[in-house]
Design a protein around this ligand. Structure first.
Ligand code: AMP
Length: 457
Protein backbone atom coordinates (compact mmCIF):
# COMPACT_ATOMS: atom_id res chain seq x y z
CA UNK A 1 0.00 0.00 0.00
CA UNK A 2 1.32 3.44 -0.91
CA UNK A 3 0.27 6.91 0.18
CA UNK A 4 -0.87 7.67 -3.36
CA UNK A 5 -3.13 4.61 -3.33
CA UNK A 6 -4.94 6.03 -0.31
CA UNK A 7 -6.13 8.87 -2.49
CA UNK A 8 -3.70 11.55 -1.41
CA UNK A 9 -2.74 14.28 -3.85
CA UNK A 10 0.73 14.25 -5.43
CA UNK A 11 1.88 17.32 -3.46
CA UNK A 12 1.15 15.53 -0.20
CA UNK A 13 2.66 12.25 -1.36
CA UNK A 14 5.79 14.15 -2.33
CA UNK A 15 6.05 15.85 1.07
CA UNK A 16 5.66 12.52 2.85
CA UNK A 17 8.31 10.90 0.66
CA UNK A 18 10.69 13.80 1.29
CA UNK A 19 10.13 13.24 4.98
CA UNK A 20 11.34 9.68 4.51
CA UNK A 21 8.09 7.72 4.80
CA UNK A 22 7.37 5.18 2.13
CA UNK A 23 4.55 3.09 3.56
CA UNK A 24 1.50 4.26 5.48
CA UNK A 25 1.06 2.89 8.98
CA UNK A 26 -2.12 0.91 9.76
CA UNK A 27 -3.90 3.89 11.29
CA UNK A 28 -3.03 5.96 8.22
CA UNK A 29 -4.26 3.24 5.87
CA UNK A 30 -7.57 3.09 7.69
CA UNK A 31 -8.18 6.70 8.57
CA UNK A 32 -6.97 8.62 5.51
CA UNK A 33 -9.64 7.36 3.03
CA UNK A 34 -12.41 7.94 5.58
CA UNK A 35 -11.31 11.48 6.34
CA UNK A 36 -10.91 12.22 2.64
CA UNK A 37 -14.50 11.02 2.15
CA UNK A 38 -15.66 13.58 4.69
CA UNK A 39 -16.71 11.10 7.37
CA UNK A 40 -16.63 11.66 11.09
CA UNK A 41 -14.06 9.29 12.57
CA UNK A 42 -13.54 7.86 16.01
CA UNK A 43 -10.02 6.46 16.06
CA UNK A 44 -8.41 4.36 18.73
CA UNK A 45 -4.74 5.08 18.30
CA UNK A 46 -2.04 6.20 20.62
CA UNK A 47 1.21 8.06 20.17
CA UNK A 48 3.64 6.17 18.02
CA UNK A 49 1.10 4.78 15.59
CA UNK A 50 1.48 7.58 13.06
CA UNK A 51 -1.90 9.04 13.99
CA UNK A 52 -0.79 12.65 13.44
CA UNK A 53 -0.16 12.10 9.74
CA UNK A 54 -3.33 10.00 9.75
CA UNK A 55 -5.46 13.08 10.27
CA UNK A 56 -3.12 15.84 9.05
CA UNK A 57 -2.63 14.55 5.51
CA UNK A 58 -6.32 14.13 4.58
CA UNK A 59 -7.22 17.33 6.42
CA UNK A 60 -4.73 19.28 4.31
CA UNK A 61 -6.13 17.72 1.17
CA UNK A 62 -9.69 18.63 2.06
CA UNK A 63 -8.74 22.22 2.77
CA UNK A 64 -6.65 22.60 -0.36
CA UNK A 65 -8.38 24.53 -3.09
CA UNK A 66 -11.00 26.15 -0.85
CA UNK A 67 -11.19 29.72 0.42
CA UNK A 68 -7.91 30.96 1.89
CA UNK A 69 -6.85 32.58 5.15
CA UNK A 70 -10.02 31.74 6.97
CA UNK A 71 -9.77 29.31 9.86
CA UNK A 72 -11.23 26.13 8.42
CA UNK A 73 -9.60 23.43 10.53
CA UNK A 74 -9.10 23.32 14.27
CA UNK A 75 -6.96 20.73 16.03
CA UNK A 76 -7.25 20.62 19.81
CA UNK A 77 -4.55 18.92 21.87
CA UNK A 78 -4.14 18.50 25.63
CA UNK A 79 -0.59 19.82 25.87
CA UNK A 80 1.45 22.56 24.35
CA UNK A 81 4.15 20.09 23.34
CA UNK A 82 1.67 18.06 21.36
CA UNK A 83 0.22 21.23 19.85
CA UNK A 84 3.68 22.31 18.69
CA UNK A 85 4.39 18.86 17.33
CA UNK A 86 1.12 18.65 15.43
CA UNK A 87 1.62 22.07 13.92
CA UNK A 88 5.10 21.05 12.86
CA UNK A 89 3.56 18.04 11.11
CA UNK A 90 1.02 20.32 9.42
CA UNK A 91 3.87 22.44 8.10
CA UNK A 92 5.94 19.42 7.08
CA UNK A 93 3.21 17.64 5.17
CA UNK A 94 1.70 20.83 3.82
CA UNK A 95 4.94 22.31 2.59
CA UNK A 96 3.96 22.10 -1.09
CA UNK A 97 0.49 23.53 -0.48
CA UNK A 98 -0.28 27.24 -0.04
CA UNK A 99 -2.08 26.66 3.29
CA UNK A 100 -1.00 28.47 6.41
CA UNK A 101 -1.10 27.19 9.97
CA UNK A 102 -0.85 28.72 13.42
CA UNK A 103 -0.39 27.25 16.86
CA UNK A 104 -1.55 28.71 20.16
CA UNK A 105 -1.05 27.45 23.70
CA UNK A 106 -0.77 28.83 27.19
CA UNK A 107 2.32 29.58 29.21
CA UNK A 108 3.71 32.01 26.64
CA UNK A 109 2.76 35.56 25.66
CA UNK A 110 -0.63 35.87 24.00
CA UNK A 111 0.16 38.95 21.87
CA UNK A 112 2.38 37.26 19.28
CA UNK A 113 -0.35 34.66 18.87
CA UNK A 114 -2.97 37.38 18.35
CA UNK A 115 -0.70 38.98 15.76
CA UNK A 116 -0.17 35.68 13.98
CA UNK A 117 -3.92 35.02 13.86
CA UNK A 118 -4.48 38.51 12.53
CA UNK A 119 -2.23 37.69 9.59
CA UNK A 120 -4.60 34.90 8.67
CA UNK A 121 -4.35 31.14 8.87
CA UNK A 122 -6.22 28.17 7.47
CA UNK A 123 -5.42 25.69 10.20
CA UNK A 124 -5.22 26.34 13.92
CA UNK A 125 -3.67 23.95 16.40
CA UNK A 126 -4.53 24.89 19.97
CA UNK A 127 -4.78 23.86 23.56
CA UNK A 128 -8.28 24.50 24.93
CA UNK A 129 -7.55 27.09 27.63
CA UNK A 130 -5.59 29.48 25.44
CA UNK A 131 -8.06 29.11 22.60
CA UNK A 132 -10.87 30.21 24.90
CA UNK A 133 -8.80 33.17 26.09
CA UNK A 134 -8.28 34.21 22.49
CA UNK A 135 -11.94 33.72 21.68
CA UNK A 136 -12.84 35.82 24.73
CA UNK A 137 -10.67 38.62 23.35
CA UNK A 138 -12.25 38.24 19.91
CA UNK A 139 -8.82 37.47 18.54
CA UNK A 140 -9.98 34.29 16.88
CA UNK A 141 -13.01 33.58 14.75
CA UNK A 142 -14.12 29.97 14.79
CA UNK A 143 -17.32 30.45 12.80
CA UNK A 144 -15.89 29.03 9.60
CA UNK A 145 -14.38 25.83 10.99
CA UNK A 146 -15.11 22.86 8.72
CA UNK A 147 -12.96 20.21 10.37
CA UNK A 148 -12.44 19.67 14.08
CA UNK A 149 -9.85 17.23 15.41
CA UNK A 150 -9.64 16.23 19.06
CA UNK A 151 -6.22 14.72 19.45
CA UNK A 152 -5.52 12.58 22.51
CA UNK A 153 -9.06 13.20 23.65
CA UNK A 154 -8.68 10.84 26.60
CA UNK A 155 -5.85 12.90 27.97
CA UNK A 156 -7.88 16.06 27.50
CA UNK A 157 -10.60 14.56 29.66
CA UNK A 158 -8.02 13.33 32.20
CA UNK A 159 -6.69 16.85 32.41
CA UNK A 160 -10.14 18.24 33.13
CA UNK A 161 -10.76 19.99 29.81
CA UNK A 162 -14.31 18.75 29.36
CA UNK A 163 -15.93 22.09 30.17
CA UNK A 164 -13.50 23.97 27.98
CA UNK A 165 -14.27 21.54 25.18
CA UNK A 166 -18.00 22.12 25.52
CA UNK A 167 -17.49 25.87 25.41
CA UNK A 168 -15.34 25.57 22.31
CA UNK A 169 -17.83 23.28 20.58
CA UNK A 170 -20.48 25.94 21.14
CA UNK A 171 -18.39 28.41 19.12
CA UNK A 172 -18.15 26.15 16.09
CA UNK A 173 -20.60 25.82 13.20
CA UNK A 174 -22.96 22.89 13.58
CA UNK A 175 -22.09 21.41 10.21
CA UNK A 176 -18.52 20.22 10.25
CA UNK A 177 -16.41 17.10 10.07
CA UNK A 178 -15.26 15.72 13.41
CA UNK A 179 -12.32 13.46 14.14
CA UNK A 180 -11.64 12.10 17.59
CA UNK A 181 -8.38 10.35 18.41
CA UNK A 182 -7.97 8.60 21.70
CA UNK A 183 -5.66 5.93 23.04
CA UNK A 184 -8.37 4.50 25.25
CA UNK A 185 -12.14 3.97 25.10
CA UNK A 186 -13.37 4.91 28.50
CA UNK A 187 -17.03 5.56 29.19
CA UNK A 188 -16.27 9.26 29.22
CA UNK A 189 -14.77 9.06 25.75
CA UNK A 190 -17.77 7.14 24.49
CA UNK A 191 -20.05 9.79 25.93
CA UNK A 192 -18.02 12.57 24.33
CA UNK A 193 -18.03 10.72 21.01
CA UNK A 194 -21.83 10.31 21.14
CA UNK A 195 -22.24 13.99 21.81
CA UNK A 196 -20.28 15.37 18.98
CA UNK A 197 -19.63 12.78 16.27
CA UNK A 198 -22.22 12.16 13.54
CA UNK A 199 -22.47 8.56 12.35
CA UNK A 200 -18.81 8.04 12.97
CA UNK A 201 -16.66 5.41 11.36
CA UNK A 202 -14.65 3.51 13.93
CA UNK A 203 -11.05 2.66 13.33
CA UNK A 204 -8.72 1.06 15.76
CA UNK A 205 -5.18 -0.12 15.44
CA UNK A 206 -3.30 -2.61 17.50
CA UNK A 207 -1.06 -0.65 19.73
CA UNK A 208 2.19 -0.52 17.84
CA UNK A 209 3.80 1.36 20.59
CA UNK A 210 3.19 -0.80 23.58
CA UNK A 211 6.82 -0.15 24.33
CA UNK A 212 6.00 1.67 27.53
CA UNK A 213 4.59 -1.59 28.82
CA UNK A 214 6.76 -4.24 27.23
CA UNK A 215 10.22 -2.73 27.06
CA UNK A 216 12.38 -3.29 30.11
CA UNK A 217 13.09 0.15 31.43
CA UNK A 218 15.72 1.07 33.92
CA UNK A 219 16.79 4.39 35.32
CA UNK A 220 20.34 4.92 36.55
CA UNK A 221 20.83 7.85 38.87
CA UNK A 222 24.19 9.37 38.03
CA UNK A 223 25.88 12.75 37.97
CA UNK A 224 25.80 14.53 34.64
CA UNK A 225 29.55 14.64 34.39
CA UNK A 226 29.88 10.89 34.85
CA UNK A 227 27.24 9.80 32.40
CA UNK A 228 29.66 9.12 29.57
CA UNK A 229 31.85 7.02 31.80
CA UNK A 230 28.87 5.00 33.04
CA UNK A 231 27.61 4.55 29.51
CA UNK A 232 30.94 3.20 28.28
CA UNK A 233 31.04 0.90 31.28
CA UNK A 234 27.55 -0.46 30.68
CA UNK A 235 28.13 -1.04 26.98
CA UNK A 236 31.50 -2.66 27.48
CA UNK A 237 30.76 -4.78 30.53
CA UNK A 238 27.50 -6.09 29.12
CA UNK A 239 28.91 -6.46 25.65
CA UNK A 240 26.08 -4.55 24.03
CA UNK A 241 26.73 -4.63 20.34
CA UNK A 242 24.09 -2.30 18.92
CA UNK A 243 23.11 0.65 21.03
CA UNK A 244 21.07 3.68 20.04
CA UNK A 245 21.83 6.60 22.34
CA UNK A 246 19.74 9.74 22.52
CA UNK A 247 21.04 13.17 23.39
CA UNK A 248 19.05 16.36 23.53
CA UNK A 249 21.29 18.49 21.33
CA UNK A 250 23.20 18.09 18.09
CA UNK A 251 26.34 19.36 19.69
CA UNK A 252 25.92 16.88 22.54
CA UNK A 253 25.50 14.05 20.05
CA UNK A 254 28.74 14.95 18.27
CA UNK A 255 30.70 15.28 21.46
CA UNK A 256 29.42 12.05 22.93
CA UNK A 257 30.15 10.05 19.79
CA UNK A 258 33.67 11.42 19.83
CA UNK A 259 34.20 10.60 23.51
CA UNK A 260 32.83 7.08 23.13
CA UNK A 261 35.25 6.60 20.25
CA UNK A 262 38.06 7.47 22.62
CA UNK A 263 36.74 4.81 24.98
CA UNK A 264 37.20 2.28 22.22
CA UNK A 265 33.58 2.08 21.11
CA UNK A 266 32.97 2.65 17.40
CA UNK A 267 30.38 5.40 17.33
CA UNK A 268 28.68 7.77 14.94
CA UNK A 269 26.36 10.72 15.44
CA UNK A 270 23.32 11.57 13.36
CA UNK A 271 21.39 14.81 13.63
CA UNK A 272 19.85 17.54 11.56
CA UNK A 273 23.14 19.26 10.76
CA UNK A 274 24.56 16.20 9.06
CA UNK A 275 24.07 15.79 5.35
CA UNK A 276 21.62 13.17 4.21
CA UNK A 277 24.57 11.20 2.83
CA UNK A 278 26.35 11.19 6.17
CA UNK A 279 23.19 10.12 7.96
CA UNK A 280 22.51 7.29 5.54
CA UNK A 281 26.08 6.09 5.84
CA UNK A 282 26.03 6.18 9.65
CA UNK A 283 22.77 4.29 9.72
CA UNK A 284 24.04 1.64 7.28
CA UNK A 285 27.19 1.19 9.37
CA UNK A 286 25.10 0.88 12.50
CA UNK A 287 22.82 -1.69 10.93
CA UNK A 288 25.73 -3.74 9.62
CA UNK A 289 27.47 -3.70 12.99
CA UNK A 290 30.47 -1.67 11.80
CA UNK A 291 29.33 1.07 14.17
CA UNK A 292 28.40 -0.14 17.61
CA UNK A 293 26.88 3.01 19.07
CA UNK A 294 24.69 5.44 17.18
CA UNK A 295 24.15 8.75 18.94
CA UNK A 296 21.07 10.58 17.73
CA UNK A 297 18.82 13.50 18.46
CA UNK A 298 15.06 12.96 18.55
CA UNK A 299 14.38 14.52 15.20
CA UNK A 300 17.14 12.61 13.42
CA UNK A 301 15.97 9.34 14.94
CA UNK A 302 12.45 9.64 13.57
CA UNK A 303 13.37 8.00 10.32
CA UNK A 304 15.31 5.20 11.96
CA UNK A 305 13.61 1.89 11.62
CA UNK A 306 15.68 -1.03 12.72
CA UNK A 307 14.09 -4.33 13.52
CA UNK A 308 15.00 -5.78 16.85
CA UNK A 309 17.17 -2.96 18.03
CA UNK A 310 18.17 -4.37 21.42
CA UNK A 311 19.29 -1.35 23.43
CA UNK A 312 18.17 2.24 23.65
CA UNK A 313 19.87 4.63 26.03
CA UNK A 314 18.59 8.03 27.06
CA UNK A 315 21.82 9.84 27.74
CA UNK A 316 19.63 12.78 28.60
CA UNK A 317 15.92 12.60 29.19
CA UNK A 318 13.82 14.41 26.60
CA UNK A 319 12.02 17.51 27.85
CA UNK A 320 8.95 16.42 25.90
CA UNK A 321 7.68 13.27 27.66
CA UNK A 322 6.14 11.86 24.47
CA UNK A 323 9.62 11.74 22.98
CA UNK A 324 10.55 9.22 25.64
CA UNK A 325 7.87 6.90 24.36
CA UNK A 326 9.07 7.43 20.79
CA UNK A 327 12.63 6.76 21.82
CA UNK A 328 12.04 3.54 23.68
CA UNK A 329 9.63 2.45 20.97
CA UNK A 330 12.73 1.93 18.85
CA UNK A 331 13.46 -1.23 20.79
CA UNK A 332 11.36 -4.26 21.56
CA UNK A 333 9.50 -4.12 18.28
CA UNK A 334 7.62 -7.03 16.81
CA UNK A 335 7.73 -9.00 20.01
CA UNK A 336 11.51 -8.81 20.32
CA UNK A 337 12.89 -8.19 23.76
CA UNK A 338 13.64 -4.55 24.26
CA UNK A 339 15.71 -2.79 26.78
CA UNK A 340 15.83 0.92 27.49
CA UNK A 341 17.94 2.66 30.06
CA UNK A 342 17.98 6.27 31.10
CA UNK A 343 20.89 8.03 32.74
CA UNK A 344 19.27 10.58 34.97
CA UNK A 345 21.02 13.33 36.90
CA UNK A 346 19.54 15.50 39.63
CA UNK A 347 18.50 18.25 37.18
CA UNK A 348 16.34 15.83 35.26
CA UNK A 349 14.05 14.70 38.08
CA UNK A 350 11.13 16.79 36.81
CA UNK A 351 11.46 15.36 33.32
CA UNK A 352 11.41 11.90 34.83
CA UNK A 353 8.23 12.70 36.74
CA UNK A 354 6.48 13.95 33.59
CA UNK A 355 7.49 10.80 31.75
CA UNK A 356 6.21 8.59 34.54
CA UNK A 357 2.94 10.49 34.52
CA UNK A 358 2.60 10.00 30.78
CA UNK A 359 3.35 6.29 30.75
CA UNK A 360 1.42 5.84 33.98
CA UNK A 361 4.06 3.88 35.78
CA UNK A 362 7.00 4.44 38.03
CA UNK A 363 10.31 3.43 36.53
CA UNK A 364 12.62 1.34 38.61
CA UNK A 365 15.70 3.22 39.66
CA UNK A 366 19.11 1.98 40.51
CA UNK A 367 22.54 3.30 41.30
CA UNK A 368 25.57 1.47 40.07
CA UNK A 369 28.14 1.13 42.84
CA UNK A 370 31.04 3.40 42.01
CA UNK A 371 28.79 5.67 39.95
CA UNK A 372 26.47 6.87 42.70
CA UNK A 373 25.61 10.54 42.45
CA UNK A 374 28.17 12.51 44.40
CA UNK A 375 31.04 10.08 43.91
CA UNK A 376 33.94 11.15 41.80
CA UNK A 377 35.40 9.60 38.71
CA UNK A 378 38.86 8.20 38.42
CA UNK A 379 39.01 8.86 34.72
CA UNK A 380 42.32 10.47 33.78
CA UNK A 381 40.70 13.56 32.33
CA UNK A 382 39.19 14.20 35.71
CA UNK A 383 42.27 13.62 37.84
CA UNK A 384 42.06 16.97 39.48
CA UNK A 385 38.44 16.52 40.35
CA UNK A 386 39.13 13.10 41.79
CA UNK A 387 41.78 14.34 44.13
CA UNK A 388 39.36 16.78 45.60
CA UNK A 389 36.40 14.40 45.83
CA UNK A 390 35.60 12.18 48.80
CA UNK A 391 36.68 8.57 48.53
CA UNK A 392 33.95 5.97 48.15
CA UNK A 393 32.85 3.76 50.97
CA UNK A 394 34.20 0.23 51.16
CA UNK A 395 32.00 -2.86 51.08
CA UNK A 396 30.27 -3.63 47.84
CA UNK A 397 31.43 -0.45 46.27
CA UNK A 398 34.48 -0.81 44.09
CA UNK A 399 37.79 0.28 45.49
CA UNK A 400 39.35 3.26 43.90
CA UNK A 401 42.50 2.47 42.09
CA UNK A 402 44.45 5.63 41.78
CA UNK A 403 47.20 4.08 39.78
CA UNK A 404 45.05 3.49 36.73
CA UNK A 405 45.97 5.28 33.60
CA UNK A 406 42.77 4.74 31.67
CA UNK A 407 40.20 3.95 34.27
CA UNK A 408 37.21 5.25 32.36
CA UNK A 409 37.41 2.95 29.37
CA UNK A 410 34.53 0.94 28.00
CA UNK A 411 33.70 -2.04 30.15
CA UNK A 412 36.10 -0.89 32.76
CA UNK A 413 34.65 -0.87 36.17
CA UNK A 414 35.00 2.28 38.17
CA UNK A 415 38.01 1.00 40.09
CA UNK A 416 39.87 0.39 36.86
CA UNK A 417 40.31 -3.34 37.56
CA UNK A 418 39.58 -5.94 34.98
CA UNK A 419 39.42 -9.07 37.11
CA UNK A 420 41.43 -12.24 36.67
CA UNK A 421 40.27 -13.14 33.20
CA UNK A 422 41.20 -9.79 31.83
CA UNK A 423 37.49 -9.22 31.25
CA UNK A 424 35.85 -6.33 32.95
CA UNK A 425 33.98 -7.48 35.98
CA UNK A 426 30.82 -5.89 37.12
CA UNK A 427 31.06 -3.62 40.06
CA UNK A 428 29.14 -6.05 42.25
CA UNK A 429 31.68 -8.76 41.60
CA UNK A 430 29.26 -10.57 39.36
CA UNK A 431 30.96 -11.25 36.07
CA UNK A 432 27.66 -10.93 34.26
CA UNK A 433 26.95 -7.34 34.99
CA UNK A 434 26.35 -4.55 37.36
CA UNK A 435 24.48 -4.79 40.61
CA UNK A 436 20.69 -4.78 40.55
CA UNK A 437 20.61 -4.87 36.83
CA UNK A 438 20.68 -8.52 35.95
CA UNK A 439 17.94 -7.79 33.47
CA UNK A 440 20.22 -5.65 31.42
CA UNK A 441 22.64 -8.43 30.69
CA UNK A 442 22.81 -10.35 27.48
CA UNK A 443 23.70 -14.00 27.50
CA UNK A 444 27.31 -13.51 26.68
CA UNK A 445 29.88 -12.79 29.31
CA UNK A 446 31.03 -9.21 29.24
CA UNK A 447 33.99 -8.58 27.03
CA UNK A 448 36.36 -5.74 26.69
CA UNK A 449 35.63 -3.77 23.57
CA UNK A 450 38.12 -4.19 20.82
CA UNK A 451 40.57 -1.50 19.85
CA UNK A 452 40.98 0.67 22.87
CA UNK A 453 41.86 3.99 21.41
CA UNK A 454 43.63 5.28 24.49
CA UNK A 455 46.12 2.49 24.46
CA UNK A 456 46.53 2.32 20.72
CA UNK A 457 46.11 5.81 19.49
P1 AMP B 1 2.54 9.80 15.95
O1 AMP B 1 1.81 8.57 16.38
O2 AMP B 1 1.75 10.64 15.00
O3 AMP B 1 3.06 10.57 17.11
O4 AMP B 1 3.81 9.33 15.09
C1 AMP B 1 4.78 8.49 15.61
C2 AMP B 1 6.07 8.54 14.83
O5 AMP B 1 5.95 7.84 13.62
C3 AMP B 1 6.50 9.94 14.47
O6 AMP B 1 7.88 10.01 14.73
C4 AMP B 1 6.22 10.04 13.00
O7 AMP B 1 7.10 10.95 12.39
C5 AMP B 1 6.44 8.63 12.54
N1 AMP B 1 5.64 8.26 11.35
C6 AMP B 1 4.40 8.68 11.01
N2 AMP B 1 3.99 8.10 9.88
C7 AMP B 1 4.98 7.28 9.47
C8 AMP B 1 5.14 6.39 8.35
N3 AMP B 1 4.19 6.23 7.44
N4 AMP B 1 6.29 5.71 8.25
C9 AMP B 1 7.24 5.86 9.19
N5 AMP B 1 7.16 6.67 10.27
C10 AMP B 1 6.03 7.37 10.41
Amino acid sequence: MSFAALGLAPDLVRAVAEHGYTTPTPIQTQAIPLVLAGKDVLAGAQTGTGKTAGFTLPMLQRLHGGPRRKLRALVLTPTRELAAQVEESVRTYGKHLPLRSAVVFGGVGINPQIEKLRQGADILVATPGRLLDLAGQKAVDLSSIEILVLDEADRMLDMGFIHDLRRILALLPKRRQNLLFSATYSDDIKKLAEQFLHNPEYVEVARRNTAAETVQQQVYAVDQKRKRELLSYLIGSNDWRQVLVFTRTKHGANRLAEQLGKDGLTSAAIHGNKSQGARTRALADFKSGAVRVLVATDIAARGIDIDQLPHVVNFELPNVPEDYVHRIGRTGRAGAEGHAISLVCADERDYLKSIERLIRRTLSQTQLPGFEPGTASNAPAEDEERRRAPRPRSGNAPRRHDGTRDGAGAGRRPDGNRGRSGQPRAANGNARGPAKSGEVNGNRAPQAPRGRARRNP
